[in-house]
Design a binder for this molecule. Structure first.
Ligand code: HEM
Length: 472
């Protein structure tokens, strides 16, 4: 059967997406009109087949190739070939090495104290801002912090001046993102090019020094990313690329995930109270969890999961078929781009009742039982899914626990939070919130009250309009 979809337009589909108000809104309309498998014009890919049903997505889960043109904006970052689009035979061993470190508990435990110190430092700075009556810009500060976390993780304690490294990375990224989104450069183009070149050189030299140290000393332990890559026989250029790509993949996404979670909790005080009640019970007077405590914070985890459902930090993915593929009643031809609208999948009403509502309880084991495996895919799926998923969950949970144990977050009156789809899912004008210390007595009292009971009913009018992102 022919895959349904709108008639092609000479502008390659750009106009229709702009007219809908962005790719996500367009996707929702597309699937409402044409069903779960729909053909559309994707700028940069000509024709793509979008699949918004998690059961049908299973038939694509083996696809092991990304479309090159869609990811070519990242080409300048890499010396040994764009890691996003590596051929499968090069990608599979590289992925195995990454997973052996990133997904392993030893590396999480190893980095945990450093992560905690960074999170506590941010809580201190925000507490000081709050005391001065100033709002904080969540996405700006949290993505900067996640970058420092991943620098500490990927480069270990061996790097001098992590702030300089972090700043250099921001410089490079600002340039690539300006080009991707065709934003006029914030500085003179010549100066921008020179600054990017200098920053990239600094990043590569830094990583090179770490690699050289590993050559002499061998692999430190199972938490050593660079050591694992050296041991696996990867070329120095590929190792440099991997460290830079890991930083890129890790820092926006993690920072943005935490910021959307705080945003949702600020608009759902009853859920925020349940989180702080759980933190008080598990941590007592301790300001931060230990690694083993994270498992004892199941409600916090459901809040994070629900937040990543409503605001997936990486809202889209894509693959390319090598041969014809059967998708329900349809056949996708060889060489086609299969588009993954993760955000629309998360709002598919056939799999998520009242998809627009913030309801962390969806992720309790009882409610999650029987749900389609690919209904929740913030980290993608299949052989190109996120290698950092487990580490990201640790980072996000730790950050949320430290921040929410100590501080209370309220929306800034009148500040509109509008999702903006760029490489990751930002808010157009950041997420600005007011921060104040949590009253200890008050929170203890609340923690007792919420120990066993079901969540209290939401007060009328507490949900912000921006929480409503509908699947039509
Ligand atoms: C909340 C945080 C994060 C989210 C939501 C996220 C999400 C994603 C998504 C959606 C993809 C594309 C998956 C696909 O195409 O199926 C991806 C790829 C990737 N992510 Fe993450 N990510 C996060 C954090 C991290 C961290 C902390 C790291 C590393 C330390 C990381 C490393 C990577 C890498 C290396 C890839 C490329 C995968 C490949 O091509 O094999 N990510 N991530």
């Amino acid at each position: 059967m022919k895959i349904p979809g709108p008639d092609p337009r000479p502008d390659g589909g750009v106009g229709a997406i702009a007219q809908a108000g962005g790719l996500h809104a367009y996707q929702l309309r597309l699937h409402a009109e044409y069903g779960p498998v729909a053909r559309f014009q994707l700028p940069g890919a000509e024709t793509a087949v979008s699949v918004a049903d998690p059961v049908l997505l299973e038939a694509t889960a083996h696809l092991d190739r990304r479309p090159e043109r869609l990811f070519s904006f990242l080409d300048p970052l890499f010396e040994a070939g764009n890691l996003q689009v590596l051929p499968a035979d090069e990608h599979a061993p590289w992925r195995r090495t990454l997973l052996s470190v990133l997904a392993g508990r030893p590396s999480h435990e190893q980095a945990f104290d450093r992560f905690t110190a960074l999170a506590t430092g941010l809580a201190d700075r925000w507490a000081a801002r709050g005391a001065r009556g100033e709002a904080v810009a969540l996405q700006q500060d949290l993505t900067a912090l996640s970058l420092r976390m991943i620098c500490a993780y990927a480069l270990g304690g061996e790097v001098e001046g992590p702030d300089v490294v972090a700043a250099a990375f921001e410089e490079v990224l600002a340039d690539y993102l300006e080009r991707l989104y065709q934003v006029p450069p914030a500085v003179d183009p010549q100066e921008r090019a020179e600054r990017t070149a200098r920053a990239l050189a600094l990043l590569r030299a830094t990583v090179d020094r770490v690699i050289a140290a590993h050559r002499n000393g061998g692999r430190a332990d199972r938490s050593d990313l660079v050591g694992a890559l050296v041991e696996a026989g990867e070329r120095p250029a590929r190792i440099r690329d991997t460290v830079l790509a890991t930083m890129l993949a890790a820092h926006h996404t993690t920072g943005v995930a935490v910021s959307w979670t705080l945003h949702l909790l600020g608009r759902h005080p009853e859920a925020a109270e349940r989180v702080t009640g759980e933190l008080d019970r598990v941590l007592g007077d301790r300001p931060a969890p230990g690694y083993a405590d994270l498992r004892r914070l199941p409600y916090l985890r459901t809040v994070l999961q629900e937040s990543m459902r409503l605001y997936p930090p990486g809202p889209y993915g894509a693959r390319q078929t090598a041969e014809a593929l059967t998708l329900g009643a349809y056949t996708v031809p060889a060489g086609a781009v299969v588009f993954y609208p993760f955000w629309a999948v998360h709002l598919n009403p056939d799999h998520w009742p009242e998809p627009e509502r913030f309801r962390p309880e969806r992720f309790t084991p009882e409610q999650a039982a029987g749900r389609a495996r690919l209904a929740w895919v913030p980290f993608g799926f299949g052989p190109r899914s996120c290698e950092g998923a487990a580490l990201a969950m640790v980072e996000c949970e730790l950050l949320l626990a430290v921040l929410l144990k100590r501080l209370r977050f309220r929306p800034v009156p009148g500040h509109r939070v509008v999702p903006a789809e760029r490489f990751v899912l930002w808010a157009a004008d950041d997420i600005r919130m007011l921060v104040s210390p949590r009253g200890r007595c008050r929170s203890r009292w609340r923690s007792r009250r919420h120990r066993w009971g079901p969540p209290r009913r939401r007060r009328r009018g507490t949900r912000h309009r921006q929480d409503r992102t509908g699947h039509r």
